[in-house]
Every structure is written in structure tokens, then in C-alpha cells.
Design a protein around this ligand. Structure first.
Ligand code: SF4
Length: 90
């Protein structure tokens, strides 16, 4: 099987074995965001669930904005570029 065949287009960083260090860095980034800026756990997971079901997700990246979705979803003041989930505050 070619390496390109191993790409998981519907995975998040935390689910991709080769991206474990990056996933840990993203997790740490989220944890370091101040309260009030960091998206709370429940809406964060709801956002990621929506991204997981989205045709724009490819290898943890949103093909609309180029962001890793786990980073984009981490901040309350950011929304989905396609309108699938809103900012929680401006
Ligand atoms: S941020 Fe929006 S457009 Fe991008 S993958 Fe997630 S749901 Fe899809």
C-alpha cells in the first residue's frame, strides 16, 4: 500500500499516530488559552463532531480556511467559515 493510501481524511490530529506530537502541542495550546477565550469542553467537542462530519475536513485540516480544526475550534471568538458552528462571543 502506498503512503498516500494511509492518509485518514476524516481524522483529527489526536487520531493520527504520526501527528501525536502535534496533537499534544495543540492540546497544550488549548489548555494555555485563558478562561473566557478557550472554548469550554462541551461546545469544543460539538464543534469537532461537526467538523468530523464535514466534507471540508481533510487530515485534520479545514479545506475552507486551512486551519487545523482543533486549533480553530479552541477559541470562543472564532466561527466555522461555512457557518456550521458559530462563534460563542465576538
Ligand atoms: S471548520 Fe467548518 S467548514 Fe471547516 S471542517 Fe469544520 S465544519 Fe467544516
Amino acid at each position: 500500500m502506498a503512503a498516500a493510501d494511509n492518509v485518514c481524511r476524516k481524522c483529527l490530529l489526536r487520531e493520527m499516530a504520526e501527528a501525536v506530537d502535534l496533537a499534544a502541542a495543540v492540546k497544550e495550546y488549548r489548555e494555555r488559552l485563558p478562561e473566557g477565550v478557550r472554548t469550554p469542553e462541551e461546545p469544543f467537542e460539538q464543534r469537532l463532531a461537526r467538523c468530523k462530519a464535514c466534507t471540508e475536513l481533510s487530515s485534520a485540516t479545514c479545506m475552507q480556511c486551512g486551519c487545523y480544526v482543533e486549533i480553530r475550534a479552541a477559541r470562543v471568538d472564532v466561527d466555522c467559515p461555512m457557518g456550521y458552528w458559530p462563534a460563542l462571543q465576538n
